[in-house]
Every structure is written in C-alpha cells, then in structure tokens.
Design a protein around this ligand. Structure first.
Ligand code: ARG
Length: 255
C-alpha cells in the first residue's frame, strides 16, 4: 500500500490490519521462484474453490507453480495454503492497455469455514458501487512507495480508505480509462493515498448494506501516490456474468 509523500512518511486514513478476522477473504498469490515460493500479488476469496485476482498477475504463469495463501495479516504466517489447479484469465485481457485485467483462480480444496468469501457485486447493486466520492477500502501487502526498489512487499497487511474519483478530475487520457475500470485515490493533509506495486490483484472493497463487496481489483496506475493519477481498478461488476458462469454461482449470491 503506498503513501508516496513529499512531506513525511506518515499514513493518514490507512494503517496496519491487526486481525485478519476483519477481512477473512483477503488472499495472496505465490509463485515458485527457484526452489521456494515467493509472494507475488493479492487475491480475494469469492466462494467454493475460487479466487479473483488481476490477469496481469497470472499471465505466463504455470498453475502448477502457483499457490494461494491466506489466513493472517502477517505475510510469513499465512496458515492456509492451497494449490492452484486452474487459472481462467479473462479471454479479452489486453496486455498493452490492461483492459479486462481480471482472472479467476481455482484451487484444489475449499478453504476452511472460517474464511468466508467476500460478496460479488451483482447487477441490482449497480447504483451503490461506483459513485464518485464513495468510500472504498484497498487491502494489500504492496510497497509503500516507488522507491526502495528491492523491498517488494510489507510484512503486515495494510488497509487504506480511498474515494472513487472522477476521470475528468485526473490527468489520465480519457481513451485509456474504459467503462470497465474505475479510479480511486485519496488526499489528506498533504499525503496521497494509493495502492502500489505488490497490491495488484488484491481487493478494493466497499461496505454495502452491512456486507463487504469486492467492487474492484487493483490493476495499475501511473506511478504510485500521484495526486493527478489515482489508482486504476478493474470494475468487478462488469464481469458479473463471466464470473458466475465459471464458478457456477447463482445470479445474486456467491453460491
Ligand atoms: N500493477 C501494480 C502491481 O502489479 C499495481 C499498481 C497499482 N498502482 C497504483 N498506483 N494504484 O502490483
């Protein structure tokens, strides 16, 4: 999670998550790197044996060399490990403009009961999900700034509260940001809040009628923590039908 800051390194509106029970659906993706698995990106549990992540996180990867881990806010203490059996990268994922940056990961066994899934947005929630100014939360083990090249992730899960931003209030070229993406960022007391490298694939969630709903997947950004360039997220609602078809969920629950 980034807070790229000109003035100081303090995080406003974001902080460490100290109990994973708050976000029991938060998951991570790991790849075999030499003889060890290493952390690659975020993911989120959506039910049965299925997780969502970003397509750019799974491209060119062999499922056999991939794990999903979850169950703690400490990256080195994730107790639940599952092997990936299949990856469904969105068929229209485009590596050059990152359109349709979403993938479904199927694992070998369901996580235990305590890891209940996040809700998927379904069509009737459309008016609650993506309104400019709405508060959302992003979760991740990603970096805190674009410097510190070698440090790839944090030891502890972080959360940061962002707001949905209007495209015309940013400097992104409007042809690049499609209907299936949205922007989120925040600025308080001289500090820009954003996601950053390593947060990709992780969830952007919103509390709707008492339930956490995964409205976005961390996808990309122009650098990190630049006020005119907020983070770009995959709009999960746009992929509702595709996700439900693959996972076999009914139209408005995750079962
Ligand atoms: N693509 C990055 C990753 O692979 C995530 C970037 C998100 N950037 C941002 N400024 N919100 O981890």
């Amino acid at each position: 999670m980034n807070t790229m800051i000109k003035i100081c390194k303090r995080i406003v509106g974001g902080g460490m998550v100290d109990n994973i029970d708050k976000y029991p659906f938060m998951a991570t993706l790991w790849y075999l790197d030499g003889s060890e698995f290493s952390f690659k990106s975020g993911a989120v549990y959506i039910g049965k044996k299925f997780f969502l992540t970003a397509a750019h996180c799974v491209k060119d990867r062999d499922p056999e060399r991939t794990l999903i881990r979850m169950g703690s806010c400490r990256i080195n203490g994730l107790p639940e490990t599952m092997r990936v059996v299949r990856v469904y990268k969105h068929p229209q994922f485009n590596t050059s403009n990152l359109r349709n940056d979403i993938a479904i990961v199927e694992v070998d066994k369901e996580p235990s009961d305590k890891y209940f899934p996040v809700r998927l947005p379904c069509n009737h929630l459309v008016n609650h999900c993506y309104n400019v100014g709405d508060k959302v939360i992003v979760l991740g083990f990603g970096k805190e700034n674009t410097r510190n090249g070698s440090q790839q992730h944090l030891e502890n899960l972080k959360e940061v509260q962002l707001r949905i931003r209007r495209l015309s209030d940013t400097r992104y070229n409007r042809r690049i940001i499609t209907q299936d993406m949205f922007l989120a960022g925040n600025y308080e007391n001289g500090i820009v809040m954003d996601a950053c490298t390593g947060d990709s694939g992780g969830p952007c969630i919103k509390l709707i009628k008492g339930n956490w709903v995964v409205v976005g997947i961390v996808s990309w950004g122009n650098g990190c923590g630049k006020i005119q360039y907020p983070g770009v997220y995959t709009k999960v609602l746009s992929y509702n039908t595709w996700i439900r078809q693959i996972c076999g969920f009914s139209p408005c629950t995750n079962h």
